[in-house]
Design a protein around this ligand. Structure first.
Ligand code: NZQ
Ligand code: ZN
Length: 392
């Protein structure tokens, strides 16, 4: 018997400008805040694609003064946040413009909040409070994955302490989502990004609340969209409609909307996945896609009362039919595993060169905020270690 719908609040103040050519509105948006812009970007993909020239041209011809914070790494580091915040303070920055994927956006959010924080900014990450003072953040999205363009979170890594935490910063004021900017995303990153979108939908869907029909229906649509459109873009990277659907799926899946009315399920795979990224710097979507089918098999065996929810997943997402709910549940996990095995990313830890050495520590850290022990199917430390062994 599932729980009743939970109370929820809807609040997402980010304006999304979606579609081809929306970038032309960038000067108008930035003019709301001032002329001093921190341009934040990653390792150079935007220079290769021509987007850098397009943006700097647009800004220069509209009299903006650009300060650059480049080289934001995937799994962005606290040192980069410190560097960006110092640039904002020194240059009297009015707004932070993030051009990139989740790493650049997360880093830009942390910079925008960090500008007003004193001392060690790692404490700001750990503090994770909403409503903190922040410079305005404007986003130009280049990779469909995390949903950072439509939420207030940022995930920052501290390599020296092997920690990676999600913190609450501010919502982007405006996010420009032009699917053509994702045409240049390599197959590997496209697949990892889609695995992340899928995971966001699944981590909301597998909750003890069965009656939040709108949230579940949206999650199912997003999952079916990824399953349909990811192979289409892997086949043809310039497929506009498929790229566009993945982009909107990215924004919705991690916006919190899929959680509305649902009992918080712990989002266990994300909790464990962040630990792997902190220790091994692995790609977020890839580790999620290794963990998720193993987690599913484990919880189904441990607590067969979840079988009806998996049977719904089987019917509505994988188009399976049958009366035996446990069997359907198992088949749905096989389908997911087959799909994730077909998109060109790692399917186990061994192929990433990861062994069991750190499993004990990873299991401990992953549960520091109770996201394993107080989750959809509560997991003990030994359970988590077992799931990790199943991932080898
Ligand atoms: O750095 P550049 O040169 O730009 O290259 C990037 C990077 O190497 C490349 N890329 C991005 N757009 C491209 C492109 N290459 C060619 N053409 C383009 N148009 O892709 C690589 C990966 O980029 P990254 O930003 O790291 O990927 P993603 O968007 O998956 O972000 C991952 C980070 O976001 C966090 C993850 O933990 C991870 O640190 N997350 C953030 C969330 C949030 N804010 O709500 C939630 C998520 O669950 C996630 O935890
Ligand atoms: Zn994610």
């Amino acid at each position: 018997m599932g729980c009743n719908m939970e109370n929820f609040k809807h609040y997402i103040p980010t304006e999304i400008k979606f579609g081809k050519g929306v970038i032309s509105q960038l000067p108008d948006v930035l003019n709301r805040f001032g002329k001093n812009i921190l341009l934040t970007y990653g390792g150079g993909s935007i220079k290769k694609s021509g987007l850098y020239d397009e943006i700097t041209g647009l800004l220069s011809s509209n009299s903006f003064i650009i300060t650059e914070c480049s080289g934001v790494e995937p799994n962005p580091r606290i040192e980069t946040v410190e560097r960006g915040a110092a640039l904002c303070r020194e240059n009297g920055i009015d707004a932070v413009l993030a051009v990139g994927g989740g790493s650049v956006i997360d880093c830009a959010k942390a910079i925008a909040t960090g500008t007003f924080c004193e001392g060690d900014l790692w404490n700001m990450v750990l503090d994770s409070r909403s409503g903190r003072r922040s410079l305005p953040v404007i986003v130009i999205l280049t990779l469909s994955a995390t949903g950072s363009e439509f939420d207030n979170k940022g995930v920052i890594s501290n390599i020296s302490t092997k920690e990676k935490y999600s913190s609450v910063f501010s919502y982007p004021v405006v996010s420009f989502c032009d699917p053509t900017y994702t045409f240049s995303v390599p197959k590997y990153q496209t697949a990892c990004g889609s695995a992340d979108i899928l995971s966001h939908a699944m981590e909301a869907y597998f909750s003890r609340t069965d009656s939040s029909e709108i949230s579940d229906g949206l999650a199912e649509t997003i999952m079916r969209t990824v399953i349909h459109d990811l192979p289409a873009v892997l086949e043809n990277p310039d497929n506009y409609d498929a790229r566009a659907n993945l982009m909107w799926a990215s924004s919705l899946a991690c916006s919190g909307i899929l959680d509305y009315g649902k009992l918080y399920p712990g989002k266990t795979c994300h909790a464990i996945g962040h630990e792997f990224s902190a220790v091994y710097d692995v790609t977020h979507g890839e580790i999620l896609s290794i963990l998720t089918p193993r987690w599913m098999r484990f919880i189904l065996r441990k607590d067969p009362s979840v079988a009806p929810r998996f049977a719904r997943f089987a019917r509505n997402v994988w188009n399976l039919s049958g009366e035996n709910e446990y069997q359907l549940a198992e088949e749905s996990i096989n389908c997911l595993e087959d799909f994730l095995g077909s998109i060109g990313i790692a399917t186990n830890l061994t192929s990433l060169g990861i062994g069991s050495t750190d499993f004990d520590d990873i299991a401990t850290h992953a549960d520091l905020r109770g996201r394993c022990s107080n989750s959809y199917v509560p997991l003990t430390h030994e359970d988590v270690v077992q799931i990790l062994n199943d991932c080898l």
